[in-house]
Ligand binder design. Structure first.
Ligand SMILES: C[S@@+](CC[C@H](N)C(=O)[O-])C[C@H]1O[C@@H](n2cnc3c(N)ncnc32)[C@H](O)[C@@H]1O
Length: 427
């Protein structure tokens, strides 16, 4: 997972795109360049080799293809590694699922590869983003969307220049997170978005708006809620918004072409793989209701002791009208520190659910970091051993590496390949 996010835009360190000329950003630390260069793969030879091959892409900058650059949702997977895992471990037209889908990296890569996708997350924003980012659209509808985005940005600019005002849909505490002129620009922009008549475009505008909020605010970064006094030049929020919309349209056009090639076109502008099936709920039980043998589960639940996903999206909730009560109650693993007993209970439920989702002949690719349990970093495979056994899963192969964080060299990140016991024997 591209965990080592840049401050401010939340994209992975070293993340880059064709727009930026393909050069890694300054400060990028390749995971493979960590001391002792300790990437190790183990298990069945062919599977271990495939995992190692995919993992090597992790050291390279993110390609920026499709819609992966659209939103700075934290802790996204490295999309290129994800794409290689899908190609290697699932069949064309088969099911790929992610019960902790976040902002939809697996959804996008699965659709691009012509797989069917089903996903789930407890955070409503994650579910909305996964749907939008993996949507296959016609060229005509994307051209229309681009034109509307440019029109909205220009119209909002006109109103801001004439010093016309709007009341933002946020309370006073939330309003203090913005410099007054930035808040006013955002409020005017929001009023145009709320008047948009095309429901698909309106959702896309809302989520594009949500993508720029932290950058426009006085919050230090996506993952650091400290307040800092920064300046943003007038007009910048509108330019950022338009740019996000155009990035989305370009990414969706690229994704739609890939899905067409992979899934087989049924008409000039349609593909025959269905849209992502998405739900908002607890990933620890989601798999129990999934009954399609031969499914590839590719997922990355929160790493215990790393992030707090509720806090991450505080700036976005009021504007988008998102209620996170369920998330606050049900968020798993991501508290700063976790007790070994709750980890054991939750990881048991997790692996039961993933085994059920994979079904006979299916496989589980679990992308996970060593948990921090009771103040101690515990090797993930050891921490999950009992839970995997109880869930009827066998370890097929794995790849592991030091997490790319200078202060936590002992902490490793892994992709484990597990299979329901019978399928593993046959492998
Ligand atoms: C590591 S992120 C997944 C990122 C995703 N793979 C991507 O590339 O964007 C983990 C996700 O788990 C979600 N989550 C936390 N607790 C959950 C639960 N109980 N059920 C489902 N999702 C949960 C968080 O909202 C977060 O989106």
């Amino acid at each position: 997972m591209a965990r080592d996010a840049n401050p401010k835009d939340g994209r992975p360190r070293g993340a880059t795109s064709a727009r930026r000329g393909g050069k890694p950003r300054k400060g990028f630390r390749s995971a493979l360049a960590a001391p002792q260069g300790s990437v190790h793969a183990w298990g069945l030879q062919d599977e271990a080799a495939l995992l190692r091959q995919a993992w090597h892409r992790y050291a390279e900058p993110v390609s920026g293809r499709y819609t992966h650059d659209f939103h700075p949702y934290a802790a996204r997977m490295h999309p290129d590694v994800c794409g290689m895992l899908i190609e290697a471990f699932s069949e064309a037209g088969g099911w790929v699922v992610d019960p902790f889908c976040g902002s939809g990296t697996v959804a996008v890569e699965a659709r691009a590869a012509g797989r069917r996708f089903a996903g789930n997350d407890l955070h409503p924003l994650a579910v909305r983003l996964s749907g939008l980012k993996s949507d296959v659209r016609t060229p005509a509808s994307l051209r229309h969307f681009e034109a509307r985005a440019t029109h909205i940005a220009r119209s909002a600019n006109g109103r801001v220049t004439r010093q016309e005002t709007e009341v933002p849909p946020i309370d006073d505490d939330e309003a203090r997170w913005y410099a007054p002129h930035t808040r006013q620009e955002l409020a005017v922009l929001w009023s145009f978005i709320e008047r948009e008549r095309d429901p698909w475009a309106q959702e896309a505008f809302r989520l594009a708006f949500s993508a720029i909020l932290v950058k426009c605010s006085l919050q230090r970064s996506e993952t650091d809620p400290k307040r800092v006094e920064t300046r943003m030049s007038p007009g910048m929020p509108l330019r950022l918004f338009e740019h996000r919309c155009l990035t989305l349209a370009r990414g969706l056009a690229e994704l739609s072409r890939a899905a067409q090639r992979a899934g087989g076109a049924v008409g000039a502008e349609e593909v025959d793989t269905p849209p992502a099936a998405l739900s908002c709920g607890d990933g620890l039980t989601w798999g129990l209701g999934w009954q399609r043998p031969g499914t590839l589960v590719l997922t990355s639940p929160p790493y215990a002791g790393y992030y707090d996903y509720v806090e991450h999206h505080n700036r976005r909730l009021a504007w988008l009208g998102i209620n996170v009560d369920d998330m606050q109650q049900g968020e798993r693993f991501s508290r700063r520190e976790q007790h070994a007993s709750s980890w054991a209970e939750e990881s048991r439920a997790l692996l039961m659910s993933l085994a059920a989702a994979a079904g006979p002949g299916g496989r589980v690719l679990l992308w996970i970091g060593d948990p921090l349990l009771g103040g101690e970093i515990v090797p993930a495979r050891r921490a999950l051993a009992d839970a995997a056994h109880a869930a009827g899963l066998r370890w097929v192969a794995g790849v592991s590496q030091n997490a790319p964080r200078a202060r936590e060299q002992r902490r490793e990140e892994h992709v484990f390949l597990l299979a329901p016991r019978d399928a593993a024997r046959a492998a």
